[in-house]
Write a protein that binds this ligand. Structure first.
Ligand code: ZN
Length: 186
């Protein structure tokens, strides 16, 4: 399936083709929540994601995945752009499912700690491999995991709870300690 066929399938994604660029606009209830600017670059695509203002190079075959990922994370994205700091906090532990970055992606399943959060939906992460690279909420796929047992956590009402050990998110866990812990286990 090519990109055009995918986009035409959904009413909440619109495509505009300019000279050398494709502009994909994602809508939620008639409001734009993400724009993806795509440019062909040899065998890859150079993409720019707004409002995050982040540029990435992805493999051609990843474009479909990226578009569907942004589409599927719509609800989460809306919540976060409006009120991101309610859902994500410094010191929370994350596990990467997929990062859209061809040049130097973090490997899937790598864990990390949120160091800080900016207002356009980027979580700045210190990864277990010692690198620092941001996750774009609503683009990259990841989950919040339990600091105790590493299982997936779900957000309910005001806090995350662990799907395995039922612990609530422990905000009192010391961030510095978590950083050390993560780096020691590399
Ligand atoms: Zn747990």
């Amino acid at each position: 399936m090519n990109i055009l066929e995918i986009i035409n399938k959904y009413e909440d994604i619109k495509l505009k083709t300019l000279k050398s660029k494709m502009i994909v606009t994602f809508y939620s209830e008639d409001k734009i929540y993400k724009i993806l600017e795509i440019q062909k670059q040899k065998d890859n695509f150079k993409v720019a994601i707004f409002p995050n203002k982040i540029k990435k190079i992805i493999k051609s075959e990843e474009l479909e995945d990226l578009i569907l990922s942004i589409k599927n994370q719509k609800i989460q994205t809306n919540i976060n752009l409006e009120n991101i700091k309610k859902y994500y906090k410094t010191g929370q532990k994350v596990r990467l499912i997929k990062m859209y970055d061809y040049i130097a992606p973090i490997q899937p399943l790598t864990t990390g700690i949120i160091e800080y959060i900016d207002d356009v939906g980027t979580l700045h992460i210190l990864w277990k491999d010692g690198r620092r690279l941001g996750i774009i909420v609503g683009v990259d796929e990841f989950e919040i995991i339990c600091p105790i047992c590493n299982s997936k956590m779900l957000f309910k009402e005001y806090d995350y709870f662990c799907t395995k050990c039922s612990k609530k998110y422990l905000e009192f866990l010391d961030y510095e300690e978590q950083q050390k812990d993560i780096l020691n286990k590399t």
